[in-house]
Each structure stands twice: as C-alpha cells, then as structure tokens.
Design a protein around this ligand. Structure first.
Ligand code: FMN
Length: 334
C-alpha cells in the first residue's frame, strides 16, 4: 500500500470532541458552518458495529462535514483494523481510538478508558490500525485511571501508544474513575490537570498533542497553543454555544473569518433540512442540536422555547424555523 500518511497535513489547531448522541452528522453539519477548518469527530462507533453491522449507514455523512475524524471503540486489533479500513474507504481523514470513555457499557466490553491499564494491548491495536490505513491513526485518552493518576503512569501509556505509531495524542486532562462515578460525573468531578499535558509536550516536542477538557473560550485556547500544544479539542462548550467555534476559527486560524449571523445559520440549516427530509429525517433530529444558536445573547431562552414547542412537532416542515425570525432579528439588533 502506498503510504500517504502525513500527520502534519491535518489541521489540529481546533477540533470538536467526539460526543455520543451529540456529534452526529446533523450536529457536525451545523458546526462546519461556524468553523471551516475545525477537525470534527464522530460519536464513538464500536468497531464491532462497523464490522458486523450496517457500516454504510453508520459512516454516512455529508461531504460538507470534512475534514472528519472517525472515533472507534474496541480492543480487538483485527476488528479495529477492519473498522479503520471501512472508515478510510468512506473518506474519513483520521481514525481515532477511544481510550477515555468511562461508561459501564464500555467497561464491560473492555474498551474505552480501561484500556489505559493495558498499554501493550493499545499498542497492538494502534499497530494493526496503522497497518490497515494510509491516514493518521490517533488515540484519545485520559491522564489516568482510578488510583493510577501519577504523571509517570500517563507518560508510560503515552510512550507505548506513540512508539506503536500513533500519529497524535488527544488528552482529556482528567483521571477516569471507573467505580462510583457516572460518565457525566467523570467529566466534572476528577480535577483537570492540564499541566500533565504540557509536561508531556515538553518531553515530546515532535509529537502532535491536543489538549481537551474544560476549554471554554478563545483566551484559554490561545494560551494552550502559546504554551506549545498543537491544538485544542472542545466538547460541551462548542455544543452549547457553537458560535465559540467561529471565535476559535478567527482567533487561531483565520483573522478575517466573520462570526456567522444566526439568521444565516438558520437559512443554511433550512436548506440542509430539506435535503434530509427527502431522506425521511425528521426536523427535530436536526434542530435538537440548534438550541445553542443564540447562546449568551438576548432571546436565547425564547429561541430554545420555540425549538422545543414548534420545531419538535412531528411532521414540521423545515420552513417552520423561519417563524422564529423575529426572535433572531431582535437578537441581532441587541
Ligand atoms: C454527551 C457527551 C458524550 C461524549 N461521548 C464521548 C465519546 O463518544 N467518545 C469520547 O472519546 N469522549 C466522549 N465524551 C467526552 C468528550 O469528548 C470530552 O473529552 C469531554 O467532554 C471533555 O471536554 P469538554 O470539557 O470540552 O467538554 C463525551 C462527552 C459528552 C458531554
């Protein structure tokens, strides 16, 4: 196979985190309108689901979503390699292995964060995925797991996956607590330790390392880049206020980029929703990701109420969104 892998080619300065049930294709289409360069991640898809299920449906996306990274969950090297190949064939620019998700379901399937306890296995998975595809293979991990929360543990794990050929490491800078905390609590209670990630970058200057966890404004993102990291990955803050992605695009990538107006976003989403309606997609499946459109601005609450009351109605046509134009215009004028 001709190896076209070039980790420097993908722009990692801004990425949107993989988020189950949130970063589906409709959400990614919306995010792309705000940020032309951000690297967008899928929700985690298990390798088994791709290999044994309807891969075409699971991998389907709109060309406008690119550049896109596929996040896989799994711990079987052959299965992950097969799934990675399916993702590459479907056009994903990067294949990422989830080593950070602490949920029970994932724990019982022996993948996600608990893989951090088995670096040789993760290394084997990375090697197998890398051999299967001609594009970057990356790992998203935590800084530790349960009582294994010292820097040495994290650095050893990072070393194992990087030596196996991982092209970049994305670090949610919290320890995962497998016993006693829900996945949601695991994103809030264990303290953020960004310093671990800076220290790792200090020791591995040539490795692309992306910081994730608690970054919620352009100043925090700029500070991370200024301290030498290769990029920032944003999760909840981007979902709840997608205009943040436009602010990051402007701050870190293109000084000329204008923050899109919510009215323009709605117009584009109505066009998109028409195309999706022809494929049987309900308007609600799209608008459920649009609650943050006016995040922090006048009318935000009225907009959310509008979406819940009107656009959620079964059979609502995409134009329904235009009846909220007065709310959006007031927000623009404020
Ligand atoms: C609803 C939700 C679902 C998530 N699903 C995934 C997932 O599928 N894979 C993953 O690696 N992380 C997942 N995460 C974790 C995020 O990718 C990210 O690491 C975490 O939210 C911290 O970043 P933030 O503080 O910017 O939100 C999820 C987070 C949320 C809020």
């Amino acid at each position: 196979m001709i190896r076209a892998r070039d980790p420097g080619r993908l722009d990692r300065r801004v990425s949107v985190a993989p988020m189950m049930d949130w970063t589906d294709r409709h959400c990614r289409y919306l995010h792309r309108l705000y940020a032309p360069h951000a690297l967008l991640y899928t929700e985690m898809i298990t390798a088994a689901a791709l290999v044994r299920g309807d891969a075409a449906r699971l991998l389907e996306h709109d060309p406008a979503e690119h550049p896109l990274a596929l996040q896989l969950g799994g711990s079987d090297p052959a299965e992950l390699a097969h799934a990675a190949g399916l993702g590459a064939a479907a056009g994903y620019a990067e294949i990422n292995l989830n080593c950070g998700c602490p949920s029970d379901r994932v724990k019982s399937g022996a993948f996600g964060a608990c893989l951090m306890l088995d670096p040789p296995r993760v290394a084997e998975c990375v090697r197998a995925m890398r051999a299967a595809v001609d594009r970057p293979v990356t790992v998203k991990c935590r800084i530790g797991i349960d009582a294994r929360d010292d820097y040495g543990f994290f650095a050893d794990f990072a070393g194992a996956v990087l030596e196996a050929g991982a092209d970049a490491l994305i670090v949610h800078a919290r320890t995962a607590i497998l016993a006693g905390l829900s996945p949601k609590e695991n994103r809030e209670i264990p303290p953020l330790k960004h310093e671990y990630v800076y220290r790792l970058k200090g020791e591995r200057a040539d490795t692309p390392i992306v910081l994730n966890g608690g970054l919620a404004d352009p100043a925090a993102a700029r500070a991370a880049i200024a301290r030498g990291l290769d990029g920032v990955m944003i999760g909840r803050a981007a979902y709840h206020r997608p205009a943040l992605l436009a602010e990051l695009e402007r701050e870190l990538i293109d000084r000329e980029w204008a923050i899109p107006d919510p009215i323009e976003i709605v117009e584009r989403m109505v066009g998109y929703a028409h195309g999706q309606a022809r494929r049987g997609v309900r308007l609600h499946s799209i608008t459920r990701h649009m609650h943050g459109l006016l995040g922090g601005r006048d009318g935000a609450r009225a907009w959310r109420r509008f979406l819940s009351d009107m656009a959620g109605r079964p059979g609502a046509p995409p134009e329904t969104l235009f009846s909220a134009l007065p709310i959006l215009k007031r927000a623009a004028a404020a």
